[in-house]
Design a protein. Structure first.
Length: 278
């Protein structure tokens, strides 16, 4: 298994925290897994449908007016603090620590994001995925609680991961079909919808415990370590250590593709797993 993302063609690709672009503007410090804005790395324009994976620290009172964005699926996970998201006709939403917000930009949706506190910092993770169809009506939905999970020894993916967002959920119910209507409620424990055959999953592992990385029918996967330390293991037994801020992507059938992930070190590891079409 490659440890630099380049030495093993066709194998897993590591994107370490130290190699990612950083920006600081308006009280927001962002670390980007892929090319964004003026930071372009032709080797890292995205990972399949996943085009933005941004870890952000917001100063108290920081505000970002984003204007109109179209044809992306946005997913925001608040790690600490609180986010105030003004999505115009699609409503205004407070997203507290552990909560999630989905913004289906559709044919166009403007948003003003702000740290909801004038005294406390805000930390969040933002994902952008390409939808499987364009120019849909804009839609917004939120979910209370990201659902940290403690897992046993290499339990199956379905049992050991919390499903945060699921493309199948969008097909199962209509979410804010009227762009002028309010955000659709999402019941506690239900995944957020996505207009893409993708899933976003999360887990919190205590040291020494592990989880399966079996992607099911997905052809492409990305694992991001939000906090702590972890090691991904291939079927042959080789391992790749990951620290907070590191991530690794692979295709089903890759040489040395990861089959499980284990936490190690002095504290728990907080993990985010994305599965999507190849």
């Amino acid at each position: 298994m490659s440890v630099d993302g380049q030495a093993d063609p066709g194998g897993p690709r590591l994107r370490p925290a130290a190699a990612r672009a950083r920006s600081a503007d308006g009280g927001i410090v962002a670390v980007e897994a892929f090319s964004r804005g003026g930071a372009i790395d032709r080797a890292w324009m995205g990972w399949g449908a996943l085009r933005v994976l941004s870890r952000q620290d917001w100063a108290p009172g920081a505000v970002r007016d984003e204007g109109r964005v179209a044809n992306v699926e946005r997913f925001l996970l608040v790690i600490s603090g609180a986010l105030d998201a003004d999505c115009g006709d699609s409503g205004r939403h407070r997203v507290d620590a552990g909560d999630l917000l989905w913004i289906g930009a559709g044919h166009g949706l403007g948003a003003r994001l702000a740290n909801a506190s004038a005294t406390a910092p805000l930390r969040l993770v933002e994902l952008w995925l390409l939808p499987d169809r364009v120019n849909a009506p804009p839609a917004v939905a939120n979910r209370r609680g990201g659902g940290d999970v403690e897992a046993g020894s290499c339990v199956g993916a379905a049992a050991g991961w919390t499903l945060l967002a699921d493309g199948a959920a969008a097909a199962a119910r209509v979410v804010s079909a009227d762009p002028a209507g309010p955000a659709a409620p999402v019941s506690d424990g239900d995944p957020l919808p996505l207009r893409q055959r993708a899933q976003v999953l999360a887990a919190r592992l205590e040291p020494g415990l592990c989880l399966s990385l079996a992607p099911g029918e997905a052809g492409r996967c990305w694992l991001e370590v939000l906090e702590g330390e972890a090691v991904v293991l291939a079927a042959a037994g080789s391992g790749m250590p990951l620290a907070a801020g590191d991530g690794v992507g692979w295709l089903a059938g890759d040489a040395g593709a990861p089959v499980s992930v284990a936490a190690f070190g002095s504290g728990p590891a907080s993990l985010l797993l994305l599965t999507m079409p190849a």
